[in-house]
Design a protein around this ligand. Sequence first.
Ligand code: AKG
Ligand code: FE2
Length: 254
Amino acid sequence: MDIFPALSSETIGTIVSDMDSRGFGVAENCISADALTDLRQFIAEAVERTGGEYIAFSSAEVEGTYLQELARYPNFQSLCRQIYSIGTRQPAPPVAFYNILRCLAGRTGEQNAYVFHYDSYVLTILVPILIPNEGQPGDLILFPNTRPIRKTYLGNLIDKILLDNPVSQMLLRKGVQSGRIKPEKVRMIPGNVYFFWGCRSIHANEPCDPDKIRATALFHYVDSHAQSWLRKTLLGLRQRKPQLPRPTPTIQPA
Ligand SMILES: O=C(O)CCC(=O)C(=O)O
Ligand SMILES: [Fe+2]
């Protein structure tokens, strides 16, 4: 049995044009509820172990689950590669996803909301696993395609400094909360898969109620500055400094 369908080129074309125009594209009803059952159980147990608080898992930690199967599944890989090559007009490199499974719950879940950022990967694929159907669902919010793919890591770094500081973060959060700034809001439905240009679009998620769990799996594809000597040097310097324990897992390395 297919764990992910092969989509027609017409559907794939629509996904890409929606990503370019309204900021995100959707592959509808691609994942059966049965496929998500074990993963939901895994998440519920993990959140229980944290006492009802935020937890995130990397690719290595979701081995043996549906997410690992999906990441390796030819129909899914081929879809991501086609979206990348149609959207960027570049050949799609072999798939090596940077995966993360984020489980928002409790007060620490709220701290992981409204963290506005660009991904360092070109294509972001979001698979909703658990979305609360009462209270706040924790919508994905995005400002579509606010910048081009930066050619240099330095260009990316300047954007990052402008965005990743308390003043910009506060202005965006207050603007969105008051309704003065209107981002695209994506009310996600499990079973669907959502696509957007993560390295081009400022995005974040809204909070969900602290007594609920909102879980999303992210597949990041094509690191736009993997070869940058500047980034390698900066990461090298960062790793040499003594690291403080981080209070909450961050979204992803810049
Ligand atoms: O969980 C979400 O809705 C978005 C998370 C995200 O943007 C990321 O992990 O890079
Ligand atoms: Fe992101």
